[in-house]
Design a protein around this ligand. Structure first.
Ligand code: ZN
Length: 348
């Protein structure tokens, strides 16, 4: 989640617009993350559950620790009564860029994660997922010291994020000779022209300025799924998806554990290309003033900070179609989290 609450310059005097929830709210929303954790808890082997119980504190579950990684984003350098959380917050040199650990911004034209050269920094979600996995396997990374408990919480969270297509795929925007905007997918063209990114849909405005496309996927589609399935909590939604969505053979990881995160990123990139972005058209561009959560303009050197956002249109059945994508992605994320935790903790 990378949004900030902002104000449109063009309607500065008349109305405030909110581009999705404020900066402290959570990617894939809490409900999405907790659903993935719940599904995994129903699928792990007993031996895995035992090891997890030894690492987590009494009362902690895969579901209720799933959003921990979002709760530390804005608190670096602060203290916390929980010893592991406090250690993470105090280790500013290693963890200060932890906001960037939650995503990639891959051009939609990349064939897969591994060949998407120049778009996969060392602290992206794939690298950091592997750091956390290795920590749980007893091979801590000197550049990213993490307690076992923090590493487990990161793994649970990142399995959620990496299955939110807009945490992996990203639009880059150009204009043609007539001044019309369009989304560029070719990674070479994007680099050559240093085209601006839409930050995983965070800069794409939908629904008459109320929300951006990224938060639509984090929140609205999950809520839409909960409403249409009549499941009011992530707990009941997770149980329902565990029972009703049959795992596809393509969900199974192949090869060594340290290649799985990249496979999952490639899968989500495909979901972005074929689902999240398939009917999206950019219709215009606006400059807005970035606001704090309490509605004040963010200042830098005494001047308001501005941001460029894009208006888009989507297919009329966008929500209906992509609610089903979210149903599958949540089920898939939970299934894969269980397979991963079994591979780490229950190897025979
Ligand atoms: Zn996240």
């Amino acid at each position: 989640m990378r949004t900030q609450t902002m104000r449109s310059v063009s309607i500065l005097l008349s109305a405030i617009i909110f581009l999705g929830p404020a900066a402290t709210t959570f990617a894939w929303g809490d409900d999405g993350h907790q659903t993935v954790g719940k599904i995994a808890s129903l699928r792990i082997k007993p031996r895995t559950a035992q090891r997890i119980a030894q690492i987590l504190k009494p009362g902690e579950t895969l579901a209720n620790v799933a959003s921990w990684a979002d709760t530390v984003k804005d608190r670096m350098g602060k203290t916390d009564p929980d010893a592991d959380t406090n250690a993470f917050l105090q280790d500013v040199p290693h963890n200060e860029k932890n906001r960037e650990w939650h995503y990639d911004d891959l051009p939609l034209g990349c064939k897969n994660y591994q060949t998407c050269t120049g778009f996969t920094p060392d602290n992206d979600i794939v690298h950091m997922l592997n750091v956390a996995i290795r920590t749980l396997q007893g091979q801590p990374d000197p550049n990213h010291p993490l307690s076992q408990r923090n590493a487990l919480k990161l793994v649970v969270h990142f399995l959620g994020d990496i299955h939110q297509p807009l945490h992996v795929g990203c639009g880059f925007i150009d204009r043609d000779a007539n001044g019309n905007f369009f989304i560029v997918t070719d990674p070479v063209a994007i680099k050559q022209k240093t085209l601006p990114s839409d930050r995983g849909g965070n800069q794409l405005i939908i629904d008459n300025e109320r929300r951006n496309l990224h938060s639509f996927w984090d929140f609205d589609l999950v809520t839409s799924l909960m409403l249409t399935t009549d499941k009011q909590t992530s707990d009941t939604l997770g149980t329902f998806l565990r029972e009703t969505v049959r795992p596809d053979s393509s969900w199974n990881p192949r090869g060594p554990v340290d290649t799985w995160a990249a496979q999952w990123a490639t899968d989500s990139l495909g979901q972005s290309r074929e689902q999240s972005y398939s009917s999206v058209k950019v219709t215009g561009q606006r400059t807005i003033i970035v606001q704090t959560r309490d509605g004040k303009p963010v200042l830098r050197d005494g001047k308001p900070v501005t941001d460029v956002v894009y208006d888009i249109t989507r297919a009329a059945n966008y929500e209906t179609l992509n609610r089903e994508v979210v149903r599958r992605q949540l089920a898939k994320g939970g299934y894969r989290l269980a397979r991963l935790l079994d591979a780490i903790f229950a190897r025979s």
